[in-house]
Design a protein. Structure first.
Length: 463
């Protein structure tokens, strides 16, 4: 072999060796980049509430103790996000969680939520599409990511894509108010008034959509030349309380990390609107412990556990609330209602103690009258008194209270329902039908009582 050939052979080996070193180095850099122990962002704690500062310190410490744990990163990010502080830091946390666990749909979803809070809708769409793709691989994933994707696409004027996604959701859950509202809004934007009305009327009973749906329905009915309902929905919208936010199974994971009082009450309202009372109860237990001298946690706890059928617990919390703030009419009203429900259970129990039930009804009536004396225009006070008087055998007075309840607060299904039933029982069927139809229109999608009453007194509609 010639010297030149030998030299060329060594040069080739050296070049190959150099290439291998470069590739190995690149792989090493890649491996280091994707396995490096990142440092969690440190945020200034000065000026934060002590409870909030504590949870941020605690969740950041968990990341420092396990920098390769996606749950630790995600929990720190959620603590930042739910308390609405330092969005850039929460985004960093969710990005790291996603890097460590790329098949978990929660991390791109939380990233999308953070992007939306920062006004980055295009970036949010990409993350939501990733979330939906991951959710489609599982059987137990919620529909919230798909609906949020549709809403975000609609806000970016991608109407056809949004419409398709909303309809897909309705094919699975025909009563989904969020999907109906999305389709109604799209129909509104293109001036399809009949379709818009059809979808938005399915939203009037949802605490998440009723106020904004009524606002749009007033305009829609005016466009359709229906002056009566244009005025009706305009008046209803003016009376209704602010809509609560959507309850999201993914975002509910944040709830236990919330430390700002107003955020915790907002989460409780959202959970209550979806019937997730046990989760709301967990938050309220924390708040009762954190604020023992405040009446509101006990007041809300009484309201929540009463809806769980735990009337004696409700009474206990509401009496504490009354002791702490005897001037508040809400505690009197809720206690009146809890006592009435307790009495009703006893009344219908086998071998129930009618005397005990009557004593509860009498105390409930006293509390309701106290509420009405303080707030004559509070419809729920009149409703509670009407319910009690019915059991006390004062049917004329009961009917009068139900009428007053509707007069004061015609925006609530509960008032129309009880008035409609009372009227039907007295044979005033035309008037009863109107109020039961109003109750049906305004009732939550899962409240079947108005339709059951219509079927009872007017017969089931022919198929």
């Amino acid at each position: 072999m010639s010297m030149a050939s030998e030299t060329h052979r060594w040069i080739r080996w050296l070049v190959l060796l150099a290439a291998l070193v470069l590739v190995g180095g690149a792989l090493g850099v890649w491996y280091w980049w994707y396995t490096r122990p990142a440092t969690p962002p440190e945020v200034p704690l000065d000026g934060l509430e002590s409870e909030l500062a504590d949870i941020l310190v605690e969740t950041r410490a968990a990341v420092l103790a396990g920098p390769g744990n996606p749950e630790a990163w995600g929990t720190y990010g959620r603590a930042l996000r739910v308390n609405e502080v330092f969005p850039e830091a929460s985004r960093t946390c969710f990005e790291e969680a996603e890097r460590l666990a790329p098949e978990d749909p929660r991390w791109p979803y939380f990233l999308a939520d953070t992007h939306l809070s920062m006004g980055n809708r295009e970036e949010a769409v990409a993350k939501l599409q990733r979330t939906v793709a991951l959710c489609n691989r599982r059987q137990d994933m919620p529909d919230a990511p798909r609906l949020l994707l549709a809403e975000t696409l609609a806000s970016l004027e991608h109407a056809e894509e949004a419409d398709s996604i909303f309809r897909q959701s309705l094919s699975v859950a025909p009563e989904n108010a969020r999907a109906h509202f999305g389709l109604g809004t799209l129909a509104f934007s293109r001036g399809d008034w009949p379709a818009c009305r059809k979808h938005l009327e399915r939203c009037v009973g949802s605490p998440q959509t009723r106020k904004k749906a009524c606002a749009q329905l007033a305009t829609v009915c005016e466009q359709l030349g229906d002056k009566f309902y244009a005025d009706y929905y305009a008046n209803l919208q003016a009376r209704l309380p602010k809509d609560v936010g959507w309850t999201d199974p993914f975002l509910n994971e944040h709830a236990h990390l919330s430390r700002r009082k107003r955020h915790r009450y907002r989460i409780v309202d959202q959970l209550e609107s979806q019937g997730q009372f046990a989760k709301a109860e967990v938050i309220l237990k924390q708040m009762i412990k954190a604020y023992p001298a405040e009446d509101t946690p006990h007041l809300v706890m009484g309201r929540i556990v009463a809806q769980m059928g735990q009337y004696e617990r409700a009474e206990e919390h509401l009496r504490i609330a009354l002791k702490l703030a005897p001037e508040k009419y809400q505690a009197h009203y809720l206690l009146a209602l809890a006592l009435f429900r307790r009495g009703e259970v006893i009344w219908f129990a086998k071998d129930g103690d009618k005397a005990k039930a009557n004593a509860l009804f009498e105390e409930s009536a006293v509390l309701s009258r106290h509420v009405i004396a303080q707030r004559p225009d509070y419809g729920f006070g009149h409703m509670a008194l009407g319910l009690t008087l019915k059991y006390l055998g004062q049917s004329d007075e009961s009917l009068a209270e139900f009428r007053e309840a509707v007069h004061c607060n015609p925006e609530y299904a509960e008032n129309h329902f009880h008035l409609g039933v009372a009227l039907a029982e007295r044979g005033k069927l035309k008037e009863a039908h109107y109020h039961l139809e109003q109750a049906k229109l305004m009732a939550a999608p899962n409240d079947r009582r108005p339709q059951a009453a219509l079927d009872k007194y007017f017969g089931k509609p022919k198929s």
